[in-house]
Write a protein that binds this ligand. Sequence first.
Ligand code: AKB
Length: 316
Amino acid sequence: MSSKILIIGACGQIGSELTYKLREIHGDDNVIASDISYNNLGIVNSGIFEIIDAMDYKSILVCVEKHKIDTIYLMAAMLSATGEKYPMKAWDLNMTSLFHVLDLAKAKFIKKVFWPSSIAVFGPSTPKENTPQYTTMEPTTVYGITKQVGERWCEYYNEKYDVDVRSIRYPGIISWKTLPGGGTTDYAVEIYHKALEESKYECFLSEKTALPMLFMDDAIKATVDIMEAKPEAIKIRSSYNLSGISFTPEEIALSIQKHIPDFKMSYNPDFRQKIADSWPKSIDDTQAREQWNWKHSFDLEAITKEMLTQLKATKK
Ligand code: AKB
């Protein structure tokens, strides 16, 4: 019998592409997209869509029972930059929604949970290069705190209540279909839009700020792969380090200039610089590679080529 999946936060950057991919794999009728409002018509039109407030346990439960859901992907969250503007809202949304979904699994309404963590779990005292899976973690953003605490709760629910929860520490995700919102790594998507529209971009991070990044296709593949892996393969029930590539704003600008020679980059770092400076520059993801065969495909040159080609086609 095919799995019945609910995606909470399906209109966001990762949620939307995950919805398309899971519908391709499991069929439109088996993947229910949901969000707090109808703000992504593509998702709404391609299959079943429900309005769900991730903070409201009842609204999730009603949908789970109505569609006989067995698996939830909880993609709703407030990201790092917006979280610093609204710390208590970020705490409330990120923690309350996680407890709702973990509790549904604990009560056996559902069987499996995917919950995204982030490189934001790390902080200034974490080793910056090749950051290991197990290391000092003292996050300084509210978003990072919610992700670190969330990881502890995921592991706790797995150990105490046998909840099958799986998680990845996403780096910055680069995609062309849906814009990211409220993150510190968002510049790496905005830059491609501005390069095509105006041949220039003012970056809110400084030129030498290296951060771990991943192309959306790789991020979706990792998400699908970890959820399809046998439970015995998933030895880490907090969250897995996941690495693709790392680059600086200066390096992404250079890769764009190979396609758009008159592209100009300027730098005007704002409050997001401090957040970026607290995060790793590169990630060691040995456990994900060894335990469930994770492997990325896209390097910076391939990402730039794909982003410019796809965006050019959509902007025509
Ligand atoms: C953010 O920048 O807040 C996110 C993340 C790295 O989790 N993209």
